[in-house]
Design a protein around this ligand. Sequence first.
Ligand code: FAD
Ligand code: DLZ
Ligand code: SF4
Length: 524
Amino acid sequence: MASDNTHPVLVPILGDQLTRDLASLRRRTKDDTIILMMEVWDEATYVKHHKQKIALIFSAMRHFAEELRDAGWTVDYTTLTDEGNAHSFTGEVARAVERHDPRAIHVVEAGEWRVQQAIEEWPDKFDCDVEILNDDRFISSIAEFRDWAESRKTLRMENFYQEMRKKTGLLMEDGKPIGGKWNYDKDNREPPKKDMNAPERPKPEPDDITLEVIALVQEKFADHFGDLDNFHWPVTRQEAEEAASAFFSERLPDFGTYQDAMVHGEDDLFHSMLSTSINIGLLDPMELCKRAQLAYEDSTAPLNAVEGFIRQIIGWREYVRGFYWYHMPDLESANALNAQRGLPDFYWTGKTDMLCMADCIRSTKENAHAHHIQRLMVLGNFVLLTGINPREVQDWYLVVYADAYEWVELPNVAAMILYADGGKLATKPYAASGNYINKMSDYCKDCAYSPSKKTGEGACPFNPLYWHFMDRHRDRLESNHRIGRIYANWDRMDEEKRQDYLDSADAFLDTLTPAGKSWARLTD
Ligand code: FAD
Ligand code: DLZ
Ligand code: SF4
């Protein structure tokens, strides 16, 4: 075993760890450290990611390697097409151990369970010290979340969020929430105004590195979902900072009020569009929250916007990450509602007469992005109501979004939209009829279906599907105090009306064609 200081320390940095201040780098010196970065086939294809996601990661990795080299670090970088590439993290670390004979490997824990399992085998595989460090870019560590979770009967984001506010001091004064309330969610639900549009975000033009990567992705991943023409994601810290600055000055003030609004063809609205940069480490979540707080202190953004933004980051983002690690690996196979239907093919093609669905899928395909309420209340609502198998839904969400990593995708999909965890995360399923989408968007006025028609020809499919869902899960949901009252409405309808809803839903379900899994995985 190489133990003396003449041997370097090997620091593998994964594609979502592109942070200068990463725990494994922070305490290293440049003269005895080799940073290892690896483009590997396994990561690019464990699901068939959207082309933009692969281009984003590879380009950001290549830019980050350049930034590190410019700062004087030694970076050993394997490209996808390098001869001898072992095409897995463990295989590439093994080759690097051969090359450099390190005295130790320092690595930050992986974001995803599957990768962490592999890393945990490294101490047995490699003949040197292996240190696995906490990813302290998160505000709450995995162990802290576990302690918090084990101390209570039910887990609720709101309670966790209040702990995070106290821990960070964000929007706090004398131990109390600024403004007197923890949560301004009720002020975050305005429908869109007529012809509403938002200032356009900065769209960085691809430089030579990105163009080279785009060509590589076009060639090697041609059969993956999604367009590449519209690639404008920040791939460097500087570009990400510019995107953040534009958000804080131009869109944050309206972010809160219109957080749940949807407008046909307006893909970003007042959302930050920063998740891709945060998730790969180009932006620090805590820094962003401090900047949001500053906007409130300077009176450039109202409290409902600033609190809403901070809640998404130190509340939801941290909560789902803790929840993921607390419930893995069981969360992956959870299917409390026994949903077994295959994912409809139009999730991949966008070919449906349901305008809300078609527009959300178009944005997903063109931008590798759809905003939260589109993911939750349109695309998510549909798979919940129609009873699509959680594994197929999980694969879809993991494939199609440029910000998708299992630690954040899986809790949102399995627990938030599908209720597959049986209610550990959400107090009730987010089931909604066409009414909700009609209220919160401008989709319905141009749709082939009518939200006010409840059943039969031309009725919005969400209407009968809603009652079909409620009826088939009555045993489980009737006792739920947040949703159970709905059954009184159902029971008040006459038998014929109820049957009409069920028949309409069945007729619609019969029209769905399952896509099969080959869109998402290399093998079915
Ligand atoms: P904004 O609306 O501007 O929100 C600000 C930030 O808050 C986001 O950048 C994100 O970091 C964080 N955030 C907001 N909501 C959530 C949430 N529910 N969970 C975690 N973080 C949140 N987000 C991902 O980053 N990756 C995913 O794979 C992902 N999959 C999702 C799947 C479903 C079914 C749903 C309902 C939500 C999912 N989200 C995911 C959360 C959210 O939709 C995205 O973070 C958001 O749309 C990203 O766009 P934005 O940066 O403009 O977000
Ligand atoms: C998503 C992704 C892709 C497409 N490719 C790579 C890669 O080739 N090399 C790499 O280091 N990371 C990649 N990633 C991101 C990883 O999947 C991500 O870092 C892990 O899932 C975290 O556990
Ligand atoms: Fe969507 Fe129904 Fe409205 Fe059409 S009518 S846009 S399907 S909610």
